[in-house]
Design a protein around this ligand. Structure first.
Ligand SMILES: Nc1ncnc2c1ncn2[C@@H]1O[C@H](COP(=O)(O)OP(=O)(O)OP(=O)(O)O)[C@@H](O)[C@H]1O
Ligand SMILES: [Mg+2]
Length: 244
């Protein structure tokens, strides 16, 4: 048996004990609204691309679909991070994989199991194609139409009622404990990504408390985690900046 297959088999055994924590999907927004037709249109057992402009709700829709579907084997990969395939393999305990062997290893690993894969923030069809497993369900989100062969495309338009998102964010905001609410307001003035030390300095609080509070904001879909740092979605940042 080739080295690639041996390594894939070893990783598959590890996988049987559960999806690695780094690859578990984040929670869907707590107060998800609408999108009934789009949720119904996502096909189990195929590839669906959810496209639409920034902030329209692609990731929220995909996460909601995963959540409604139940647990099962669900993997979440943010393609905006530097090395998504390398990260995926490392999460399965496969390190030092040569670039030309990584696609084969990933396919062999995923061929053994039906699972649901969410590829978030895709830029192009070329970026996605090597990550499509032989079977299972794949959801891809992208600001562009990707024209992937044999994939269905769902194009999202903004939610009909424009004030609705603000109302939803308000619902989440009023439920925040004080430390989280304060960080939400203060960190929104950071123009870009920020790490725990910056947030702790702004808030004048210990890094460990701030880290927990930021993780909770991510959990509540009010903040996005990007590697070791955090950032606000533009619409959420605008909302946070209205709070005093
Ligand atoms: N249907 C919905 N119900 C409740 N909240 C929603 C809904 N759609 C989007 N949101 C909220 O709106 C914000 C932006 O949505 P989301 O992050 O899904 O946008 P996106 O289309 O993935 O943007 P990007 O292209 O930047 O990745 C998030 O805070 C999300 O939780
Ligand atoms: Mg998104």
């Amino acid at each position: 048996m080739s080295d690639v297959l041996t390594r894939a088999a070893t990783a598959a055994i590890r996988y049987r004990t559960g999806v690695p924590p780094q690859l578990r999907p984040p929670a869907a927004p707590r107060h998800f609204v609408g999108r009934g037709d789009e949720l119904a249109a996502v096909r189990a057992g195929g590839v669906t691309v959810v496209s639409g402009p920034g902030g329209v709700g692609k990731t929220a829709l995909a996460l909601k679909w995963l959540q409604d579907r139940g647990s099962g084997d669900q993997l979440y990969v943010d393609l905006a991070v530097r090395e998504p395939l390398g990260d995926l393999l490392r999460a399965f305990g496969l390190s030092d994989v040569e670039v030309d062997e990584s696609v084969a290893l990933f396919r062999s690993l995923t061929a053994r199991r039906q699972f649901t894969l969410l590829l978030d923030n895709a830029d192009s069809a070329e970026q996605v194609t090597p990550l499509l497993p032989a079977s299972g369900t794949v959801l891809v989100t992208s600001r562009s139409k990707l024209n992937l062969p044999q994939a269905q495309e769902i194009h999202l338009e903004p939610l009909a009622d424009d004030g609705r998102l603000e109302e939803l964010l308000d619902l989440s905001y009023v439920e925040l404990p004080e430390r989280q609410a304060r960080l939400y307001r203060l960190c929104a003035w950071q123009p870009d990504t920020f790490g725990v030390p910056v947030a702790a300095a702004i808030a004048g609080e210990p890094e460990c408390d701030v880290e927990d509070a930021l993780d909770d904001l991510v959990e509540k879909s009010l903040l996005t985690e990007v590697g070791d740092a955090f950032r606000f979605h533009e619409l959420v940042r605008a909302h946070a900046r209205t709070k005093r």
